[in-house]
Design a protein around this ligand. Structure first.
Ligand code: 6R9
Length: 649
């Protein structure tokens, strides 16, 4: 144990030396308590060190590494004709200017700033400028509603909000400024004093007499340009305040344990939790996982398709790649616009070498067959990655065979908003892969599988996935509630960080995530994961996507109710239902055969693409009281699902 501790400290200590610390840490690399029966939970990394995140990801690259002229981001707009690029030097310049704007607005170390923006370069500038002045950013995904935005602004009392006039995702037009204003009006008193607005769609202020458009008849004006509501006391244009800002900006020197950001994670029920991450450990961990998991090389063009509004966009689109001086693609649009080849077209356009996306996108594109992929060469690709949900072997194989032409290893990275970075993941050319398994722990991660009663299970086993030791980027608190932090992650099994995911370890020691613990079910005394059943059904040629949920059964205790989405050109018939049931019988056993299978034109998903099984359970039971649906991407899918319900006993 003692030797392990020395190795751990040596390993991270050496990595820490690659970054800039104004003062080094004193004492232990990490101090923590995971056991609430002994004392309060705490985690601290590199205490005594002072640094600045922005300095490490920008100034260090420009000044020490001489990467100033290297491209930091290729920006690809919603429409293929819209694109831009920014070098490290230019990014640093923009960030310094905006950091000065923040200071001029009275923002100082420790203040909370809400960011509600589309996937544009100004979003990256805004977050890094917060980091430069020591302010804490709280990014709210721009697909969230006014209610969700308001709830998050209030929860962590943001005094400043940064947004844009509007944007397009595919052909969907989102009036961001209007939603922002609605959010600010929702709950009377709101903490936001100023709102900085990026003119992304060339909008003009509503009732702006100075605008040339105002001479036009209203109908013509509306189709020409976007007009947005404007409150002179609160709103300021980004470009106007930037015009006056200076380019010199001394970074705020912060403690390694000062907060970097708060990011809300929805959880399946209840109020979203504000997950707080701190500077030092997060920098080391995201930089190191990015470097090894994607085998980062200076000539890479890396593309992570996640929105910056999610943790993947924070860790592996922004901080991790920038800490390594990488060149990334920042994509504003969606995989199906203007057509379903868009991803592959972008890969060829920028010669992307490392590509990181989510199972939901892979399953969506798989539906359209191989042709749209094969239209593009994808020769530049070297490594593929996936994150967000268990990837069923069927989708894994399609990703590997078709997208990667059997040349590119797939990094199935398991992690959470709470973990800040990859926890279980293969390493390219090191870890033999198994489709559907996130394989093995990353360096210094110590997982365990616990039984219902909290016993650590050895060898081949299935149970609760927990972590026994902290890693540098573990969350530090649930903002505003120590109680929720403790009860969500440390109460069920004292002494461990509890992920809430089920997991299986096979005979080779590989880990297989079986889904959220709430999605497990017990049929006639047999514990089953819905992920297993879903994988078996996915192997059927007609199936594009499937979600299985538990349904009460008078005899068996629980039974399975499945929702299937079919590929284009397939019909939902009684024969197909029988075939699907038989397939599960054959693959897993009769015990797992679903009792009910219903057609679903679409599945209810969170805005980050995760299937909301909680809602499907309710639909299967015909319960209309669905609870909080604010994280749902599209409410309209629910009605069709209720309509096509299968009668149950
Ligand atoms: C990074 C991210 C976390 C939950 C997590 C788990 C699921 C993520 C996965 C995976 C199986 C993978 N999850 N990656 N399940 N294999 N490779 O997605 O964070 O949005 O907080 O979600 O996502 O259930 O607990 P977050």
């Amino acid at each position: 144990m003692f030797l392990l501790l020395i190795l751990y400290t040596e390993f991270w200590g050496k990595i820490a030396k690659e970054f800039y610390w104004k003062t080094p840490y004193t004492g232990n690399f990490m101090d923590y308590n995971f056991d609430l029966t002994r004392a309060k939970i705490y985690i601290r990394c590199m205490q005594g060190a002072t640094t600045n995140m922005c300095y490490n990801v920008l100034d260090r690259n420009v000044n020490e590494k001489k990467l100033g002229d290297k491209i930091a981001f290729y920006w690809e707009g919603n429409k293929p004709e819209d694109y831009a690029r920014i070098t490290y030097k230019e990014l640093l310049q923009q960030v310094c200017k905006f950091a000065n704007v923040l200071r001029a607005q009275g923002i100082k170390k420790g203040d909370h700033v809400a960011i509600y923006m589309p996937m544009i370069i100004e979003l990256i500038v805004a977050m890094l400028a917060c980091a430069r002045v020591g302010a804490v950013h709280s990014i709210v995904f721009a697909g969230f509603s006014a209610e969700a935005l308001s709830e998050r602004i209030l929860d962590c009392s943001c005094s400043l909000l940064i947004t844009a006039d509007g944007f397009y995702r595919g052909d969907k037009f989102i009036k961001l400024k209007e939603i922002t204003d609605e959010a600010l009006k929702l709950h009377g008193e709101n903490p936001v004093k100023k709102c900085i607005v990026v003119k992304h769609l060339k909008a003009t202020k509503e009732n702006d007499k100075t605008s040339t458009q105002s001479n036009l008849p209203p109908a013509k004006r509306a189709c020409l340009k976007l007009q947005i509501p404007w409150n002179e006391e609160v709103d300021v244009w980004w470009h106007e305040v930037m015009k006056e800002a200076g380019e010199e900006c001394e970074p705020e020197w912060c403690s390694a344990e000062d907060p970097l950001f708060i990011l809300y994670t929805s959880g399946s029920t209840g109020k979203p939790k504000g997950v707080k991450h701190t500077i030092g450990g997060y920098l080391l961990y995201t930089a190191t996982t990015f470097k090894y998991v994607f085998d980062y090389q200076p000539s890479d063009v890396y593309w992570c398709t996640a929105d910056v509004g999610w943790i993947t966009g924070h860790s592996y689109l922004t901080y991790g790649p920038l800490a390594n001086g990488a060149t990334s693609v920042l994509f504003e649009g969606v995989p199906t616009y203007p057509d379903v080849s868009r991803f592959w077209e972008i890969i060829d356009k920028y010669l992307v070498t490392k590509f990181y996306t989510a199972p939901t996108a892979i399953r969506l594109l798989m539906k359209y067959g191989d042709e749209p992929v094969k239209r593009f060469s994808r020769k530049s690709l070297k490594i593929l990655g996936t994150v967000g949900e268990p990837i069923n072997p069927e989708a894994w194989l399609w990703y590997y065979n078709v997208v990667g032409d059997r040349r590119c290893p797939i990094m199935d990275t398991y992690w959470q908003t709470e973990t800040g970075g990859h926890m279980l993941t293969p390493l390219p050319a090191v870890t033999p892969l198994k489709p559907g398994s996130a394989t093995l722990p990353f360096f210094s991660v110590v997982p365990a599988i616990l039984s219902e009663s909290g016993e650590e299970l050895e060898g081949e086993a299935e149970g609760y996935l927990v972590f026994k030791k902290p890693w540098p980027s573990i969350m530090r608190e649930v903002y505003g509630s120590y109680e929720r932090f403790e009860s969500s992650y440390f109460k069920r099994f004292p002494g461990y960080f509890v992920t809430g995911d089920g997991c299986k370890r096979d005979k080779d020691g590989y880990y297989w995530i079986t889904g959220r613990i709430d999605d497990m079910l017990n049929i006639s005394g047999h514990l089953l994961s819905t992920a297993e059943v879903e994988s078996a059904i996915m192997e059927h040629l007609a199936v594009a996507e499937v979600a299985a949920v538990s349904h009460p059964h008078p005899v068996k205790g629980e039974s399975l109710y499945c929702f299937v989405t079919l590929k284009d050109g397939h019909e939902f018939t009684d024969e197909l239902v029988t075939e699907l049931k038989n397939q599960v019988r054959k693959k897993i056993g009769p015990i797992a055969a679903p009792d009910y299978i219903q057609i679903a034109a679409q599945l209810p998903k969170t805005r980050s693409g995760k299937i909301m099984r909680r809602l499907l359970r309710k639909i299967a039971r015909n319960e209309r009281d669905l609870g909080n649906t604010s994280t749902l991407a599209d409410e309209s899918v629910l009605e069709a699902l209720f309509k096509n319900r299968v009668e149950t006993i």
